[in-house]
Design a protein around this ligand. Structure first.
Ligand code: FAD
Length: 414
């Protein structure tokens, strides 16, 4: 058994940021990674994926993007290279190919069992990713087996799909990007739209994330929201990072020929039933967007910022007026269903009593769990709205590193 102070599980951006912060404080640790550094980006992203956050938002502890294109969007290959460089420069003690199989309490410490030996540690940081496993609705189980079903983590490019129509379920950032790409490949796409957060790529002369940063929306603290559970359930931003900075939303998809329908409720072989909610979900997204535009307009006036006039506001709810109540996959020659319906987490290796809630999520407040010495990092809205973003995970890692340092120096942990 190898002794250390802290075991970090996972070498994505969260685990690497955590490692940097512990090294800064002189705390001995190891990063256990089942694959390679940035494994998730290597194995679970599609070929054309670029970050939807502009390069200037690629910030980690001790690292700030300093390339020549701060407003550009990084392809996944460049991000993998960047995370590898970050790990090398900070001399992160990463053990690749090391899968954590069991974590348990042991004599006031933790024992971490892996396929490559056992570690004993005072503290453990779980950084295994918020987007861990696909969350696929039960309707997928009752669709006829002749229909190919997939999820974004397994999707790579349109050519891997059978000829014929495609039903993409989910209209957040992943769903709209995949729907657009497949439609452009010549396969007719139907997009089942649930709750979504509509945003233009640019507004009044700047990237929308620049404005949200200025408004303090991205950095908003979990303490200041009405309901943290509701905030954590908010759909991801309907954005895409393209060289031309164009907007991808329901209106542009519709113009490109994508058919928009309501949320999938259930399925019976080839018959997919839809909720009569497309007007409601699109109208809700329109209202939210109108509110964000208003906040930006007010900021421009208050701060006297130079900005061109706003583009005319075009609601998307009128696109929803002729939404069907169901789809016959066979009659409409739809051969594939892609469930872009979000993610869930699973911790079957975490054998620590009381750590998981009834939904199987780690109980925590700002990443600190009720079990002394056990932390989680990279969770959606962990301490701030951007906690699961590359740009936000660093602040949370600093906090946890401070707590680990305080507990080592015998001070009371807040
Ligand atoms: C499609 C997509 C696009 C995104 N685009 C952006 C974007 O543009 N900008 C942005 O800021 N954020 C984006 N995100 C959000 C976020 O940046 C990513 O989800 C990112 O991967 C999170 O990093 P992480 O380190 O928390 O987790 P992950 O990258 O998931 O890393 C977790 C690591 O833990 C390892 N692991 C898991 N289980 C074990 C185990 N039992 N033992 C050992 N190792 C284990 C995994 O192999 C993995 O390497 C995107 C997310 C997705 C899904």
């Amino acid at each position: 058994m190898t002794e250390t102070t802290t075991v970090i599980i996972g070498a994505g951006q969260a685990g690497l940021a955590m490692s940097y912060c512990l090294s800064e404080r002189g705390i001995e640790h190891v990063v256990l990674e089942r694959g390679q550094v940035a494994e998730r980006w290597r194995t679970q992203s599609w070929d054309s994926l670029t970050l939807l956050t502009p390069n200037w938002m690629t910030r980690l502890p001790g690292f700030q993007y300093d390339g020549g294109e701060p407003d550009g969007f990084m392809p996944v290959a460049a991000l993998i290279a960047l995370l590898e460089r970050y790990a090398r420069r900070s001399q992160a003690p990463v053990r690749t190919g090391t899968t954590v199989l069991r974590v348990e309490r042991w004599c006031g410490r933790f024992r971490v069992f892996t396929n490559r030996g056992v570690w004993s540690a005072d503290s453990v940081v779980v950084a295994t990713g918020y987007c861990d496993l696909p969350a696929v609705p039960a309707a997928s189980r009752t669709i006829a087996p002749s229909i190919m079903q997939s999820v974004p983590a397994h999707y790579q490019r349109p050519e891997q799909l059978p000829d014929g129509g495609v039903l993409v379920v989910g209209a957040s950032s992943t769903g709209v990007q995949i729907a657009d790409e497949i439609q452009r490949s010549g396969r007719p796409v139907t997009l089942a739209v649930g709750r979504h957060t509509r945003l233009p790529r640019r507004y009044r002369g700047h990237d929308i994330l620049w404005w949200l940063d200025r408004l303090g929306v991205l950095n908003q603290s979990a303490d200041t929201v009405h309901s943290i559970e509701a905030s954590r359930r908010q759909p991801s931003l309907q954005l895409v990072g393209r060289p031309d900075h164009s907007t991808l939303d329901l209106a542009t998809l519709r113009e490109g020929g994508v058919r928009l329908v309501g949320r999938v409720s259930d399925a019976d072989r080839f018959r997919v039933r839809l909720n009569d909610d497309l007007i409601a979900t699109t109208a809700a997204a329109d209202v939210k967007l109108a509110e964000i535009r208003m906040r930006i307009d007010q900021l421009i006036v208050q701060c006297g910022l130079p900005a061109p006039p706003p583009d005319p506001f075009r609601p998307t709810w009128p696109l929803a007026l002729e939404s069907p109540d169901g789809i016959d996959l066979q009659a409409e020659r739809i051969k594939t269903v892609i469930w872009a319906t979000g993610y869930r987490r699973s911790y079957p290796w975490l054998h620590v009593p009381g750590i998981l809630d009834r939904h199987g999520e780690i109980r925590h407040q700002g990443g600190t769990t009720p079990v002394g010495g056990l932390y989680v990092l990279g969770i959606n809205f962990q301490r701030r709205r951007n906690s699961s973003f590359i740009d936000g995970v660093g602040g949370d890692a600093e906090e946890i590193a401070d707590q680990i340092a305080r507990s080592r120096s015998g001070l009371r942990v807040a």
